[in-house]
Design a protein around this ligand. Sequence first.
Ligand code: PLP
Length: 420
Amino acid sequence: MKDETICLHSGYTPGNTEPRVIPIVQSTTYTYDSAEEIGSVFDEPTKSLIYSRFANPTVMAVEAKIAELEGGIAAMCTSSGQAATLLAILNICNAGDSFVSAAQVYGGSINLFSYTFKRFGIECIFVDTNASEDEIRAAFKPNTKLVFGEMLANPALTVFDIEKFAKIAREKNVPLIVDNTFPTPILCKPFDFGADIIVHSTSKYMDGHALQVGGVIVDSGNFDWNSGCFPEITGPDMSYHGIVYTEVYGKAAYIVKARMQLMRDFGVYPSAHSAFLLNLGLETLALRMQRYCENGQVVAEFFKASDKVASVNYPGLKSDKYHALAQKYLKGSSGVVTFALKGGKAAAVKFLDSLEMASNAIHVADIRTCVLHPATTTHRQLTEDKMLAAGVDPGMIRFSVGLEHIDDILADIKHALACV
Ligand code: PLP
């Protein structure tokens, strides 16, 4: 099936007289006919449902759909994108390990990687996304367990050169994890370019309607864990009767471990109702992404031509530094455009306060146009050095173009620019 069809039909196929729409199975628990049967599920938890802290039929239908869209073997939803990033890394790294990440990633990821992981004894080594192959190699330490990057970084809008990083991850025998939130699988399929694991904040375009916070981890099933460096996956898990994930679950070892061990222990699984809402967003994802890209391109070109604008980031612009990488990896550049006004931060604030239709919101990638000043909001906690390394200029405005008519979006922008 093509993406448009997967969005509508994958994950749930009703039988004769069954509901046309995925049912919301709003139940924490599942009943069994006998004590023996319920006990046996604890020996083989993937056999059937136990408890909605780590599996639920409505959520599982959505997981199957996202896995198919990304071309992975399986997926696990989480209660936020942040939880997806956290578990994706903790599923591999222990205290005493390190990982390499592109510096241009979402601000919340930078906080998690720089501060919270450090408290757990996990070190993140940041490298500029434009680093040479040798510079990336030099960042590795003997304890480096994975590489992380963000396909279209929020809000820097740098395009991650996935093949460059995947090549080095392969050489070093570690997996590459890619955050594919902004492109979604409609605009980019990171597994085709060498990613091993994908994470998403489904709160963004996938949901699209600002209805639910959520995340997902997708496993390609392609990474060979048997190098001796991943005993958590290839050795016995004493918290699960000494199970060896690679022996029992083969290619699905990583994602089954994430569910059976980490989701069991951290309990960051979404509710059935959230998954139901996410599914509604997914049903129109392919159609919406096309329009976001069209509107985003027009808005980026408009900013580019304005004499009040100092700089614009949008990989869909021919003049953009990442245009060539966008042409290689993306089928479109999404609806997110970042730009800086000539008047700097003061002008940015005036512009934001003068918009009448677009709303000031922390959210991004929504059906409605929304705007944000990252330096004083999402990146407020970062030092100026870290902010600049993440690609965030103090005057930068993140403009998330929605699905309103383009004439109305441009009219709002023109009015706000006239006030600056
Ligand atoms: N990854 C990216 C690229 C994001 O933009 C975000 C949130 O903005 C996250 C991860 C974290 O997701 P959530 O807000 O759903 O926890």
